[in-house]
Design a protein around this ligand. Structure first.
Ligand code: FMN
Length: 324
């Protein structure tokens, strides 16, 4: 069932993750069944000033399908201008506003989750972005700032009144960062208090979690972050399960093929030097739990030559085939 024109009931989205959800990773998540894909967060002001690095983060491939671009900032006029620029690019489906980032370098500027402590400014931003955008506008926020400021329900109602077309709730306070357990009850309360679609977020690491979060929160869709790191396969496995098909276990050799493809896409996009450094974390995530991979992970963290990394992965893949 389509909700509005962009959220399909019960679907799994790829959460925005800075340093992770660039187009090479998104392309792979899409292939394995992610529905809507989110970019890394984009600095609205830097975009307005034409910052080259910021523009390079806006690359999108046709095979990605629907992509939501996420912006952050605290100045309504720059947020609006960024929304207008992004709308005119004709490559995004949605503009999402980041009101959940806990990082001090963001919150000290009254951006990200700090906006939950300054609701008047937050709603002015939503209103300005909505007026400037030709695309649907969504807002991603948290349970609240800390235990003494749990305001997701009120925040959600006001976000809706300010023009948000859809909201995502991560069931943790800013103070929790990513620790503890996400509170799905607050998502359920938010869902009951607004009429726009609600996307549930926090702690989906398995098929069971995906089924439970929809059941427990009544949310329209859900978003997976850390559970997709090194495991874009989670999307196809959830889809198999929901469709009643046998859930396909992904062989380690296939995971290495995906890793190599991810590596090559990244090299084309960012060049060798950046890829060698940035792909280390992805490789570590992909290799987790694979037989004898710990030593290789350490080695890869010290290698500076892309061909050497690729060769090492191919050799490892071959050794896995031979041990089968
Ligand atoms: C490495 C990393 C980067 C993140 N970057 C962003 C971001 O740019 N924008 C955002 O709204 N949330 C960001 N998040 C938060 C996730 O989108 C998500 O809300 C959070 O991880 C909880 O979901 P999960 O339990 O499925 O990981 C980031 C999380 C991680 C782990």
């Amino acid at each position: 069932m389509k909700i509005g024109s962009f959220v399909t009931q019960g679907e799994a989205f790829l959460a925005p993750m800075a340093g992770v959800t660039d187009f090479p990773f998104r392309v792979i998540c899409k292939r394995y069944g992610a529905s809507l894909l989110y970019t890394e967060m984009i600095n609205a002001k830097a975009l307005c000033y034409g910052d080259e690095n910021t523009f390079s983060m806006l690359e999108v491939k046709p095979e990605e399908g629907d992509v939501a671009v996420q912006i952050f900032g605290h100045e309504p006029q720059y947020m609006a201008e960024a929304a207008s620029i992004l709308s005119d690019m004709n490559r995004f489906r949605i503009i999402d506003i980041n009101m959940g980032c806990p990082a001090p370098k963001i919150t000290k500027n009254n951006e990200g989750s700090a906006l939950m402590k300054d609701p008047a400014l937050a709603f002015k931003i939503i209103d300005s972005v909505k007026k400037a955008s030709k695309l649907p506008v969504t807002v991603k926020f948290r349970k609240g700032w800390d235990d003494s400021c749990v305001n997701a329900v009120e925040f959600a109602r006001n976000a809706q009144a300010a023009g948000a077309d859809c909201i995502t709730v991560h069931g943790r306070t800013r103070e929790q960062y990513y620790s503890g357990k996400a509170d799905w009850d607050i998502i359920s309360e938010v869902k009951k208090s607004v009429s726009i679609p609600v996307i549930a977020n926090g702690d989906i690491f398995s098929i069971g979690d995906a089924v439970n979060i929809i059941e427990k929160t009544g949310a329209d869709a859900y978003m997976i972050g850390r559970g997709s790191q090194g495991n874009p396969f989670i999307f196809s496995q959830i889809r198999d399960f929901i469709e009643g098909s046998p859930v396909r276990d992904i062989p380690d050799t296939e995971k290495i093929d995906v890793m190599l493809e991810h590596y090559d896409l990244s090299i084309k996009y960012k060049g060798e030097d950046k890829t060698v450094r940035e792909m280390r974390k992805h490789i570590g995530w992909y290799l987790k739990g694979m037989y004898g991979s710990a030593r290789m992970r350490d080695d890869i963290n010290h290698i500076v030559d892309a061909d050497e990394v690729r060769q090492m992965l191919r050799d490892y893949q071959l050794s896995l085939t031979q041990n089968d």
